[in-house]
Design a binder for this molecule. Sequence first.
Ligand code: ADE
Length: 419
Amino acid sequence: MKFDIADIKLAGKGKKRILWADNDMPVLASIRERFAKQKPLAGKNVSACLHITAETANLARTLKAAGANVVLCASNPLSTQDDVSASLVKDFGIPVFAICGEDRKTYYKHIHAALDHKPVITFDDGADLVTELHTTRTNDAERVIASMEETTTGVIRLRALDKSGKLKFPVIAVNDAASKHLFDNRYGTGQSTVDGIIRATDFLMAGSKVVVAGYGWCGRGFAMRAKGMGAIVIVTEINPIKAIEASMDGFEVMPMQQAAKVGDLFVTLTGNKNVIRSEHFRVMKDRAVVANSGHFNVEIDIPALAKLSKKINKDIRNHVDEYVLPNGKRICLLAEGRLINLAAAEGHPASVMDMSFATQALEAEYVVKHADRLAAFVHNVPIEIENTVCTLKLKSMGITIDKLTLEQVKYLADFGEGT
Ligand code: ADE
């Protein structure tokens, strides 16, 4: 078995981590049990480019139990849990190509290793496999039944590809499923972003001015949690609807140029590039902390910050680089502008990834069943899958809900009954 990981000797620790996470992933575990009996992915080659975490390990185990031949590579150079990779290889027989801290060349070497596996189903968190399949590896695109996309940024890239008319196979916007983004993006990012920032800096939220760039589901989640910890939260937006929403949720809304002068902590969660730029760094307070929790490391203009600085003190603390401006003010950049929740913490808690990865697993079964009917465009996850995941999750939480009475079913189906 070919693989490329940091150190196989870390497997013992990784296995404990994977099994610990599994305790909080009951929906995925129940799907795994069914898949082990029914083998819906029998003989299918699957390549998954995801954050290599304990939660992803449990998804990979589920796909393998379904009969798939699974290989994994990282979707971010800094998010790999090396002990988890080791255990996947040693204890679960799943090849992994990922090393935490790998350089760009190695990152792409690993992506190509995953494509050498000749997948018929791919999983992406940021669309890197699909991008390679449409650029450097077009010959390998022909055999792909479908590709799953886990993140908002990836879906944006895929919709652009679809719009250009060049999309070669069906892709599934798993991120857009309610059973995914309402929970993972909001509560997962909300909590894990706070976690990453605090682990990296020991930052006190209470009484601090926290600037949240972007009020999508991730921004909403983080703003909500920062407020809950006593921060004074400011939101920046470019979308008028989201800006009103942020305002009516009780946050101050203003342009970044104004927020830059008052913020103690800045967090980007926009999916766009250069959201914090030179003109913003120039007016920031001494020791302002700047972090990103969006998918790519482009949201903070780091080259501009470096150009502006007279000195850079690397690693003044784990995951913290201090940029000293000509005016003597220091700006603390976290995790080189990469996803702070995965670089400095452990990503979203397993309990929320349970829903995301249960949606992914059921969707993989769906695309195999419906392979001949799926056209090459961006598909949504069927509502039945969203409902199954949420029903199973509720059951695992010990929560029961009401059922419509027959009279109510009729009432909803009848447009004749008015005032
Ligand atoms: N994305 C965010 N958190 C994650 C996690 N714990 N595992 C995999 N992908 C993630």
